[in-house]
Design a protein around this ligand. Structure first.
Ligand SMILES: [Zn+2]
Ligand SMILES: [Zn+2]
Length: 334
C-alpha cells in the first residue's frame, strides 16, 4: 500500500509499505478521508510527542476492509470513524475514567501508524460506525471529540457570553458546541479576516479582528484556540469576575505563561486546560449524524496522498483561505 511516512523531523515521504495484518481483536480500515491537524505539523517539525518514523494522521474515517476473528461490533463494509487514542483500560488512570492520561497510552498517527495511508489496523474499541454520514464529516469525529471534552470542562451556563480566540477549524467547532450548550452569544477573534467571515456566516458569531477591541471584564468564559501563550495571558483581562478560561490550543513545548497572580485571585478566575478527549467519540458521531454540528464546509482542500507534503505546507503556512485540509488516500487526484 502507499503510505506517507515522517522519517525524521522535516522529512515526509510517500512510499510503499506492507498492508498491516489485523490481530484477532483488530480491524483493518481502508482509509477514505484523513485530516491534517496542527499536531501533525508539530510532529513533522519535531516539537511534539512523536516517535519516528511514523505514519501520521489521527483524524480519519474509512471502511472496514477486514476484521479479526474476535471482533463483534463491526464487519467488513461498515463505514467508521476512528478514535486515535488507544488506552489500556486497566491502569489507575483508565480505571478512574481518565483515559487521556492512561499510563500506557498510544495514539494512532503519533506513536502508532495513523491515517495517512491506504490502510491501517486499529483495535475494535477504536472504531465507531457512522452509518451514511460522509467520510468527510466522519474525519471530524476526533477533533470534535476533543472539543466536546474541552467544552464540558468549564461548566457553561445557559445564556453565557463566550469569547473564542482563534477562528480556525477548532475555534469554529468550539463555537458550535458551546452554542449547543446554551451560549447566548459567541464572539470569535482572529487576525485572519477570511476566517472571521467564515465564523460569522457558519456560526453566527460576532467577529473581532483585534484583541485590543474586545471589551474587558465582560465574557463569562473565554477559550483559547490558538496555542499562543501571549493570547492565553490576555484572556485574564477579558473574562468577568468569576469567569472561566479554557486553554485548548497546543502551545509550543517550552513555552511559559506569565499571569497576574493578584488579578487571578481578585477576579476568582477558573483556569482550565484540556488534553485530548475521554472517549467522547459516541457524542461526536451523534452530533455529526444529527447535523447539530456542521463540519463539511470547513474542508477547504482535498488532496491525494501523493500531495501530502503540499497539504502540510498549506496548514503550516497559515494562508488566508486554508481551513481543514483532507488527504484522500484512496484517490489518485484531489
Ligand atoms: Zn488533531
Ligand atoms: Zn490505561
Amino acid at each position: 500500500m502507499r503510505a506517507a511516512v515522517i522519517e525524521k523531523p522535516g522529512v515526509i515521504t510517500v512510499m510503499d509499505v506492507a498492508i498491516p495484518e489485523p490481530g484477532p481483536k483488530e480491524v483493518l480500515i481502508r482509509i477514505a478521508a484523513s485530516g491534517i491537524c496542527g499536531t501533525d505539523i508539530h510532529i513533522f517539525n519535531g516539537d511534539y510527542l512523536g516517535t519516528y518514523p511514523i505514519i501520521p494522521g489521527h483524524e480519519f474515517s474509512g471502511i472496514v476492509a477486514s476484521a479479526g476473528s474476535e471482533v463483534t461490533r463491526v464487519k467488513p463494509g461498515d463505514r467508521v470513524a476512528v478514535e486515535p487514542n488507544i488506552s489500556c483500560g486497566i491502569c489507575d488512570a483508565c480505571l478512574g475514567n481518565r483515559q487521556n492520561f492512561c499510563r500506557d497510552r498510544k495514539a494512532l498517527g503519533v506513536d502508532l501508524p495513523g491515517g495517512m495511508a491506504e490502510f491501517t489496523a486499529v483495535p475494535e474499541s477504536a472504531v465507531f460506525p457512522i452509518g451514511d454520514l460522509s467520510f468527510r464529516a466522519g474525519a471530524f469525529a476526533e477533533p470534535l471529540s476533543c472539543v466536546i471534552h474541552g467544552a464540558e470542562q468549564i461548566g457553561l451556563r445557559l445564556g453565557d457570553r463566550i469569547l473564542i480566540i482563534g477562528a480556525g477549524p477548532v475555534g469554529i467547532l468550539l463555537a458550535q458546541v458551546m452554542r449547543l450548550m446554551g451560549a447566548s452569544e459567541i464572539t470569535q477573534a482572529d487576525r485572519n479576516e477570511f476566517r472571521l467571515d467564515f465564523a460569522k456566516q457558519l456560526n453566527g458569531s460576532v467577529a473581532c479582528a483585534l484583541l485590543e477591541d474586545l471589551p474587558e471584564d465582560f465574557f463569562d468564559a473565554a477559550a483559547d484556540a490558538t496555542g499562543s501563550p501571549r493570547v492565553m495571558e490576555r484572556t485574564v483581562t477579558l473574562v468577568r469576575e468569576g469567569g472561566s478560561i479554557l486553554l485548548f490550543g497546543v502551545p509550543p513545548k517550552e513555552a511559559s505563561l506569565s499571569l497576574p497572580a493578584f488579578t487571578l485571585f481578585r477576579k476568582g478566575i477558573t483556569l482550565k486546560a484540556t488534553y485530548t478527549s475521554v472517549r467522547n467519540s459516541v457524542q461526536a458521531v451523534r452530533l455529526l449524524g444529527s447535523k447539530a454540528v456542521t463540519v463539511e464546509p470547513l474542508v477547504s482542500h482535498e488532496l491525494p496522498l501523493e500531495e501530502i507534503a503540499h497539504g502540510f505546507a498549506l496548514v503550516s503556512g497559515g494562508l488566508e483561505q486554508v481551513m481543514k485540509v483532507h488527504v484522500l488516500p484512496g484517490s489518485t487526484r484531489g
